[in-house]
Ligand binder design. Structure first.
Ligand code: F0G
Length: 482
């Protein structure tokens, strides 16, 4: 199912698809990459894609689509209200999640806006296994407080815990006892915790949380953006899921949740999002905001073509041979790096391979943004664009003090079905070289620092001219190679 055995004994992820449309890639010389980096303020978000070789920034909106998705896009029924395309999507969501009500939105954070505006009141607490950047911003902007009760193992870079995304249920109970259930806006489970290595939670953990929420009348929200990866891990790592189909596990998760929302830029390999629930009262409360912020109730900001692609993409997510592709490639990359002594988050999770910058460049203090420095250095020496997931991804507190992140990671996302094994090997090779030359990498400082979500648009400069030293060493070792 997940692995075909190789006679050689080597463990290789096998593509369960063939490539039928390709997009040309370029590798520009390292000198030009340095220029591009400088122009981007050393922020990989601000690079132009034409200068990038492997775009591992994110898996959001850049997953490969299937022939069936593309074909469906041609059938889209375009109308402002009541399009057949929307009805198909609504029915697919109802079938997969078993929820009666669906609200479309233009992407995941739009769902977060609607949910936060509806359920978060000033001073109320949103408990979660871990925050995502946009999630926290929406909760905080509405006056809410975010409490993260990730299990202890989740904070360990290397662990053999199969479900590092689990919520600490005892902490949840203690909070309820201390603050009262009426002050808790909701408990939010993030499938495949984005910011700390794409780590899954177990079905058993969600079941326990459900019990607590039932006892106290607390709403349980599931962020299903990275559901596909979480489903895969439940299926292969959790005893009670071994004999369940992916569809059954999905239903089990949905049945435990009061509200499910997702970014369709991840789930369903399209672009868009949506909120599902069986609770009519919640639905009606949230529904008011959709025409205001998103669009009419039969598109919510999504194009009809994307809705067609999403309908097919959701169905395809119920196939183990589809959802295993991300995690298997991530596992391959992570294990290759780990076996070569490179600090990475283990066990391999979903979304991407995560370099541990705290260890990789341990000479760079957190307030000089080690993960941002490593992301810039990696782009310089390889054309591989990753994403900083550390202190730069946090915003300063109300007094202007840095909030040092729990982890300093460089996320190398593996958009589903996009990269080939030789490209992954190239990335591994360059990372190994960079690790051997890590002492050359130096710190960063902000030159332009936005107040909210500063990692998106902020510009940095290097503390010293270390990129030039790295470039020089690259030329010594690689000659005129790209
Ligand atoms: N929730 C999770 C777990 C996410 O990973 C994301 C997006 C969102 C919500 C917001 O969805 O982008 O459609 O508005 N993550 C992207 C990423 C941006 O690169 O990891 P969105």
């Amino acid at each position: 199912m997940s692995h075909v055995k190789f006679y050689s004994g080597e463990k290789v992820p096998l593509e369960m698809h063939k490539v039928r449309i390709v997009q040309k890639l370029n590798i520009i010389p390292i000198e030009e990459r340095l220029e591009a980096l400088k122009e981007a303020g050393y922020n990989t978000f601000l690079l132009r894609n034409r200068d990038v070789f492997m775009d591992m920034l994110t898996d959001s909106g850049v997953n490969a689509m299937s022939d069936k998705q593309l074909a469906a896009m041609m059938e889209a029924d375009d109308s402002y209200a009541g399009s057949e395309t929307y009805v198909k999507l609504e029915e697919k969501v109802q079938e997969i999640f078993g929820t009666e009500f669906f609200l479309p939105a233009h992407q995941g954070r739009a769902c977060e806006n609607i949910i936060s505006k509806t359920f978060v009141k000033p001073g109320s607490i949103a408990v979660m296994n871990y925050h995502f950047t946009t999630t926290r911003s929406h909760i905080v902007i509405n006056g809410g407080i975010v409490e993260e009760y990730l299990c202890e193992e989740g904070y360990e870079i290397n662990s053999d815990h199969p479900f590092k995304g689990n919520l600490d249920i005892e902490k949840l109970k203690a909070l309820i006892a201390e603050k009262g259930a009426e002050n808790i806006a909701f408990v939010r489970y993030e499938a495949g915790t984005n910011l700390i290595g794409g780590q899954p939670f177990s079905l058993a953990n969600l079941q326990e949380a459900r019990k607590v929420c039932d006892e106290h009348g607390i709403i349980l929200v599931l962020d299903a953006s990275l559901l596909a990866d979480n489903l895969y891990f439940m299926k292969i790592r959790e005893e009670q899921c071994k004999d369940m189909s992916i569809r059954e596990i999905t239903r089990a998760m949905a049945d435990l949740s009061d509200i499910i929302y997702f970014s369709a830029r991840k789930l369903g390999c399209a672009r868009g999002g949506g909120i599902c629930t069986n609770n009519k009262e919640y639905y009606i409360k949230m529904r008011e905001l959709v025409p205001l912020y998103e669009g009419f109730l039969t598109y919510g900001g999504m194009s009809v073509r994307e809705m067609e692609a999403l309908t097919v993409g959701l169905e395809e997510t119920m196939d183990m041979n589809m959802i295993n592709q991300g995690p298997l490639f991530i596992e391959y990359m992570t294990e290759e790096l780990f076996s070569k002594g490179i600090p990475v988050v283990t066990p391999a999770g979903g979304l991407g391979c995560h370099l541990n910058a705290k260890e990789f460049v341990k000479h760079i203090p957190q307030h000089e943004y080690p993960a941002a420095a490593l992301a810039a250095a990696l782009f310089l020496v390889s054309g591989v664009r990753g994403m900083e997931r550390g202190t730069m991804s946090e915003d300063r507190d109300e007094n202007g003090a840095e909030k040092l992140a729990d982890m300093e990671l460089v996320r190398l996302a593996l958009p589903r079905r996009v990269f080939t094994l030789s490209q992954v090997k190239y990335a591994v090779d360059r990372i190994v070289w960079l690790y051997e030359n890590r002492d050359l990498i130096g710190g960063m400082k902000f030159v332009e620092e936005p107040k909210i979500l500063r990692f998106f648009l902020g510009k940095l400069d290097t503390a010293t001219d270390w990129p030039q030293d790295l470039l020089k060493k690259f030329r010594e070792d690689f000659g005129d190679s790209l």
